[in-house]
Design a protein around this ligand. Structure first.
Ligand SMILES: *Cc1c(COP(=O)(O)O)cnc(C)c1O
Length: 342
C-alpha cells in the first residue's frame, strides 16, 4: 500500500480520467478570454450557484483577496471570525492588497452569528473608526475543524448586511464538503452571498484552481483585480478541464470522505490516548492527546506504518480525509489506531 497521507485534502493527485480530460482539453489564451474550457468551467459554476458570473483563479487565497478588493476601499474594515483563513493564512493580504483591517469576532469553531456581526459594525457616522463595509464567512471552517453553518444563520447575517449596506463574501474552499452533508444547495448560497470562492484542488482533487462566483455589479472588475494580483493566465483550460471533470465525477465521493472522517472520529474517541475531539462534521478531524502522551511519539508510531497526519502543536492533531484515501487505507488506518499503545 502507498503512503497514507492525511495531512490535508490538498495532497491528492489527478486520477486517470481527470488526466485524460486535461490532455484532450481545447484551450486558448484566457487573458483574451479565448479559452473555451475555462469559459465553460466559469459558466458551469455560475449556473450551478444561480449567480451572474464566475472567474478562475490560480489559488483560493487570490480568489478571496480579489473578492475583498472588489468589496472594499483602503481604510475600511471587514468583519470575520478570529480563525478566518482570510485573516490567518493569506499572508496579511487583507492589509497588503486592499489596505483594509479585520474586526475579529470570537465565534464558535470559526462560525459567527448575526448578532455578533451587528455588534461589531462601527457606526458609519463615527468618523474616528474605520467604515465597516464587508462580512467574510467561511464554510466549512478550516481552523474550526470542518464545521458547517446552518443556512438560517447565514440568512440572518444577510439581513444584517442588507440593513447596514455591507457586502457578504463566502470563503467556500470546502463548500462542496458542506453540500454533501447539509440539506442546502449551491443555489441557496447564490441567493444569500454577493461573492463566493470555491476550491477545486481540495476535496475535488484537481492540481490547482479556485473560482470566484458573484454578482455582475462586483464581478465586472474582477478580471482587472486578478490581473493586478498577477493571476492572468494563458492556456489554463488544461486545468479547467480537470475542474469540469471533478464537478462531473468527484462530488459524490465527498460524502464518503465525510463518512470516513466520522468513523475515524468515533474510533478515536474510544482510544485511551485521546483526551478530547472537536465535533467532526465533514472531512476534518481535530483531536487532542492525553497530557502524558507525547505528540512526537504518537506521530512516530504512525510514521512507522507509513501514515502521515498534521501536528498543529500543543497536543492538537489534525486528520483530513480526501479523494485519494481509499477504503483499503481506511481499514488499515482504523486497525492501526486501535493497536497503538503507550
Ligand atoms: C485552503 C483554503 C483557502 C485557499 O488556499 P490556497 O492554498 O490559497 O488555495 C482558502 N480558505 C480556506 C478556508 C482554505 O481552507
Amino acid at each position: 500500500m502507498n503512503e497514507i497521507d492525511l495531512r490535508s485534502d490538498t495532497v491528492t493527485r489527478p486520477t486517470k480520467g481527470m488526466m485524460q480530460a486535461m490532455m484532450t482539453a481545447e484551450v486558448g489564451d484566457d487573458v483574451y478570454k479565448e479559452d473555451p474550457t475555462i469559459n465553460a468551467l466559469e459558466k458551469k459554476l455560475a449556473d450551478m450557484f444561480g449567480m451572474d458570473e464566475a472567474l478562475f483563479f490560480p489559488t483560493g487565497s487570490m480568489a478571496n483577496q480579489a473578492a475583498i478588493k472588489l468589496h472594499t476601499q483602503p481604510g475600511e474594515q471587514l468583519i470575520c471570525d478570529k480563525w478566518a483563513h482570510v485573516f490567518n493564512y493569506e499572508g496579511g493580504g487583507v492589509s497588503f492588497n486592499s489596505g483594509v483591517s479585520c474586526k475579529l469576532v470570537d465565534g464558535d469553531r470559526g462560525m459567527i452569528t448575526a448578532s455578533q456581526v451587528e455588534e461589531n459594525i462601527n457606526a458609519p457616522d463615527f468618523y474616528h473608526s474605520p467604515l465597516t463595509t464587508l462580512v467574510c464567512l467561511e464554510n466549512t471552517t478550516n481552523k474550526g475543524g470542518g464545521a458547517c453553518y446552518e443556512l438560517e444563520t447565514i440568512q440572518e447575517i444577510r439581513k444584517v448586511c442588507d440593513r447596514h449596506e455591507l457586502g457578504l463574501h463566502l470563503d467556500g474552499a470546502r463548500l462542496f464538503n458542506a453540500f454533501a452533508e447539509k440539506d442546502y444547495t449551491p443555489k441557496d448560497f447564490g441567493k444569500v452571498f454577493d461573492t463566493i470562492s470555491v476550491c477545486l484542488s481540495k476535496g475535488l482533487g484537481t492540481p490547482m484552481g479556485s473560482v470566484l462566483i458573484g454578482k455582475k455589479s462586483l464581478m465586472k472588475n474582477a478580471i482587472r483585480v486578478r490581473k493586478v494580483l498577477g493571476g492572468g493566465m494563458r492556456q489554463v483550460g488544461f486545468m479547467a478541464a480537470a475542474g469540469i471533470y471533478a464537478l462531473d465525477n468527484h462530488l459524490e465521493q465527498l460524502k464518503k470522505d465525510n463518512d470516513r472522517a466520522a468513523e475515524l472520529s468515533e474510533l478515536l474517541a474510544q482510544q485511551p490516548y485521546v483526551k478530547s475531539l472537536e465535533p467532526t462534521e465533514t472531512n476534518i478531524i481535530i483531536f487532542y492527546l492525553k497530557d502524558d502522551v507525547k505528540e512526537l511519539e504518537f506521530m512516530q508510531k504512525l510514521d512507522e506504518k507509513n501514515i502521515r497526519i498534521s501536528n498543529m502543536g500543543q497536543g492538537k492533531l489534525r486528520i483530513v480525509t480526501h479523494h485519494d484515501y481509499t477504503e483499503e487505507m481506511h481499514q488499515f488506518f482504523m486497525e492501526t489506531l486501535q493497536e497503538i499503545r503507550f
